[in-house]
Design a protein. Structure first.
Length: 192
């Protein structure tokens, strides 16, 4: 009887172990890049969070994701000066896989929206761009960025967790202004 009970307990133990390849565990984590941006570019690390800054049409950054998976959502918050749309582009520069879509985000809070997934293999370089569409004045082009408190350029590359932030750029109706600050455009990621 003890042998049968031991076999049953051992079987239950192995069957109940977590399988990291279980697709039900692999959901889109909206906070994947958000947490890494806020940790890497925090006040503790010498950065100011500027919610309505950098009045250029395109805000762009490049990252290397050191994990296999897919980018599955994008987060942004429209500034108080703009209720219209943005063209969001996410380009895997390593494989040329890409997403481009028109989005309008909440003005009250960070708003995540699902996208057609962009596949990522560990080490791929990703370009993220937010371009304002049809604006009529420069104050509508502002967006949230994280800027060095001492007004120097961001000393890229910066590694936080599985992401290496490589560069940023701001342009359109002026610029380009490379590495001036980190655009706050978080990505959702589903790890394979």
């Amino acid at each position: 009887m003890k042998t049968i009970l031991l076999i049953i307990l051992t079987t239950v133990l192995f069957v109940s172990c977590d399988n990291d390849n279980d697709p039900t565990n692999n959901v889109c984590d909206d906070n994947y890049v958000n947490t890494l941006i806020t940790d890497a570019f925090s006040a503790t690390n010498g950065y100011d969070d500027l919610p309505e800054f950098m009045d250029l049409k395109t805000h762009q950054y490049r990252i290397k994701i050191n994990a296999d998976g897919e980018i599955c959502s994008v987060g942004y918050q429209n500034p108080s000066t703009w209720t219209g749309n943005y063209i969001i582009e996410i380009i895997n520069e390593t494989t040329n896989a890409s997403y481009s879509g028109t989005h309008s985000f909440s003005q009250a809070q960070l708003d995540y929206q699902s996208i057609t997934p962009v596949a990522v293999s560990s080490g791929d370089i990703i370009k993220v761009m937010r371009t304002i569409a049809n604006s009529t004045s420069l104050n509508e082009t502002v967006g949230r960025i994280l800027r060095k408190s001492d007004f120097t350029n961001v000393p890229y590359p910066i590694t936080q967790g599985n992401v290496e932030f490589l560069s940023s750029d701001f342009y359109g109706s002026g610029g380009p202004v490379p590495n001036f600050g980190q655009p706050y455009i978080p990505l959702g990621f589903k790890v394979n």
